[in-house]
Design a protein around this ligand. Structure first.
Ligand SMILES: [Zn+2]
Length: 147
Protein backbone atom coordinates (compact mmCIF):
# COMPACT_ATOMS: atom_id res chain seq x y z
CA UNK A 1 0.00 0.00 0.00
CA UNK A 2 1.31 3.35 -1.00
CA UNK A 3 0.81 6.04 1.58
CA UNK A 4 0.99 9.66 0.70
CA UNK A 5 3.62 11.30 2.83
CA UNK A 6 3.84 14.94 3.53
CA UNK A 7 7.19 16.51 4.04
CA UNK A 8 7.03 19.50 6.37
CA UNK A 9 9.98 21.08 4.61
CA UNK A 10 8.34 20.68 1.20
CA UNK A 11 4.65 21.06 2.00
CA UNK A 12 4.02 24.15 4.10
CA UNK A 13 1.07 24.12 6.51
CA UNK A 14 -2.26 25.15 5.00
CA UNK A 15 -3.46 28.67 5.59
CA UNK A 16 -7.04 29.44 6.68
CA UNK A 17 -8.65 30.84 3.52
CA UNK A 18 -11.75 32.31 5.18
CA UNK A 19 -9.81 33.96 7.99
CA UNK A 20 -7.31 35.45 5.54
CA UNK A 21 -10.10 36.78 3.30
CA UNK A 22 -11.93 38.31 6.26
CA UNK A 23 -8.75 39.89 7.60
CA UNK A 24 -8.07 41.32 4.16
CA UNK A 25 -11.63 42.62 3.92
CA UNK A 26 -11.03 44.40 7.23
CA UNK A 27 -7.96 45.90 5.51
CA UNK A 28 -5.63 44.05 7.85
CA UNK A 29 -2.68 41.79 7.14
CA UNK A 30 -3.92 38.28 6.21
CA UNK A 31 -1.12 36.69 8.26
CA UNK A 32 -1.44 38.45 11.63
CA UNK A 33 -4.71 40.36 11.31
CA UNK A 34 -3.22 43.40 13.06
CA UNK A 35 -1.03 45.34 10.63
CA UNK A 36 -2.62 47.60 8.05
CA UNK A 37 -2.66 46.06 4.59
CA UNK A 38 -2.65 49.47 2.86
CA UNK A 39 -0.28 52.41 3.10
CA UNK A 40 -2.72 54.53 1.06
CA UNK A 41 -6.27 54.06 -0.25
CA UNK A 42 -5.42 51.09 -2.52
CA UNK A 43 -1.61 50.88 -2.18
CA UNK A 44 -0.78 47.57 -0.53
CA UNK A 45 2.14 47.72 1.92
CA UNK A 46 5.22 45.85 0.68
CA UNK A 47 5.44 44.18 4.09
CA UNK A 48 3.12 44.08 7.07
CA UNK A 49 4.10 46.83 9.54
CA UNK A 50 3.32 44.46 12.47
CA UNK A 51 4.57 40.99 11.52
CA UNK A 52 6.74 41.73 8.48
CA UNK A 53 4.85 39.33 6.18
CA UNK A 54 5.64 40.13 2.56
CA UNK A 55 2.51 41.47 0.89
CA UNK A 56 4.01 42.81 -2.32
CA UNK A 57 3.44 39.47 -4.10
CA UNK A 58 -0.26 40.17 -4.60
CA UNK A 59 -1.68 40.44 -8.09
CA UNK A 60 -5.18 41.69 -7.55
CA UNK A 61 -5.15 43.39 -10.96
CA UNK A 62 -8.67 43.93 -12.36
CA UNK A 63 -10.51 41.58 -9.99
CA UNK A 64 -11.34 44.17 -7.27
CA UNK A 65 -13.01 46.65 -9.66
CA UNK A 66 -14.81 43.78 -11.39
CA UNK A 67 -16.35 42.47 -8.15
CA UNK A 68 -16.99 46.01 -6.91
CA UNK A 69 -18.98 46.85 -10.06
CA UNK A 70 -20.79 43.51 -9.93
CA UNK A 71 -21.92 43.97 -6.33
CA UNK A 72 -22.62 47.70 -6.57
CA UNK A 73 -24.62 47.22 -9.77
CA UNK A 74 -26.81 44.51 -8.30
CA UNK A 75 -27.51 46.52 -5.14
CA UNK A 76 -28.17 49.86 -6.84
CA UNK A 77 -30.19 48.52 -9.77
CA UNK A 78 -32.30 46.42 -7.39
CA UNK A 79 -32.98 49.41 -5.16
CA UNK A 80 -33.59 51.67 -8.15
CA UNK A 81 -36.20 49.35 -9.61
CA UNK A 82 -37.86 48.82 -6.24
CA UNK A 83 -38.07 52.56 -5.59
CA UNK A 84 -39.25 53.31 -9.12
CA UNK A 85 -42.07 50.76 -8.83
CA UNK A 86 -43.05 51.73 -5.28
CA UNK A 87 -42.69 55.53 -5.14
CA UNK A 88 -43.15 58.37 -7.56
CA UNK A 89 -39.82 60.13 -7.22
CA UNK A 90 -39.14 63.09 -9.50
CA UNK A 91 -36.39 62.51 -12.06
CA UNK A 92 -34.01 65.01 -10.43
CA UNK A 93 -34.11 62.93 -7.24
CA UNK A 94 -33.25 59.76 -9.15
CA UNK A 95 -30.47 61.74 -10.82
CA UNK A 96 -28.94 62.61 -7.46
CA UNK A 97 -29.53 59.52 -5.32
CA UNK A 98 -28.35 56.69 -7.60
CA UNK A 99 -25.09 58.19 -8.87
CA UNK A 100 -24.21 59.23 -5.32
CA UNK A 101 -25.00 55.72 -4.05
CA UNK A 102 -22.87 54.15 -6.80
CA UNK A 103 -19.96 56.46 -5.97
CA UNK A 104 -20.08 55.95 -2.19
CA UNK A 105 -20.68 52.19 -2.38
CA UNK A 106 -17.90 51.67 -4.94
CA UNK A 107 -15.35 53.69 -2.98
CA UNK A 108 -16.31 51.86 0.21
CA UNK A 109 -16.27 48.37 -1.30
CA UNK A 110 -13.15 48.59 -3.48
CA UNK A 111 -10.46 48.50 -0.73
CA UNK A 112 -12.36 45.81 1.18
CA UNK A 113 -12.71 43.58 -1.86
CA UNK A 114 -9.10 44.14 -2.87
CA UNK A 115 -7.98 43.31 0.69
CA UNK A 116 -10.04 40.12 0.64
CA UNK A 117 -8.51 39.10 -2.70
CA UNK A 118 -5.00 39.77 -1.41
CA UNK A 119 -5.87 37.63 1.63
CA UNK A 120 -7.14 34.84 -0.61
CA UNK A 121 -3.98 34.96 -2.73
CA UNK A 122 -1.89 34.85 0.44
CA UNK A 123 -3.84 31.90 1.88
CA UNK A 124 -3.61 29.94 -1.36
CA UNK A 125 0.11 30.77 -1.64
CA UNK A 126 -0.45 32.19 -5.09
CA UNK A 127 2.20 34.09 -6.98
CA UNK A 128 5.13 34.75 -4.64
CA UNK A 129 3.21 34.10 -1.40
CA UNK A 130 4.50 30.50 -1.40
CA UNK A 131 7.99 31.65 -0.56
CA UNK A 132 9.13 30.58 -4.00
CA UNK A 133 9.80 33.26 -6.57
CA UNK A 134 6.86 33.64 -8.90
CA UNK A 135 7.18 32.58 -12.50
CA UNK A 136 8.12 35.48 -14.64
CA UNK A 137 5.55 35.90 -17.33
CA UNK A 138 7.12 36.62 -20.64
CA UNK A 139 5.15 37.43 -23.75
CA UNK A 140 5.34 34.46 -26.16
CA UNK A 141 6.85 36.61 -28.88
CA UNK A 142 9.66 37.58 -26.50
CA UNK A 143 10.69 33.90 -26.26
CA UNK A 144 11.11 33.48 -30.00
CA UNK A 145 14.69 33.30 -31.27
CA UNK A 146 15.84 36.54 -32.80
CA UNK A 147 17.10 36.86 -36.29
ZN1 LIG B 1 0.97 41.02 9.59
Amino acid sequence: MIEEQTHPAITPPPRDLQRAALRGARQKCPACGEGQIYRAYLKVNDTCPKCGEELHHHRADDAPPYFTMLITGHIVVGLMLTIAMTYDWPNWLHGIVWPAMVLVLSLWLLPRIKGALVGIQWALRMHGFSGEPDEIEIAPEAQLPRG
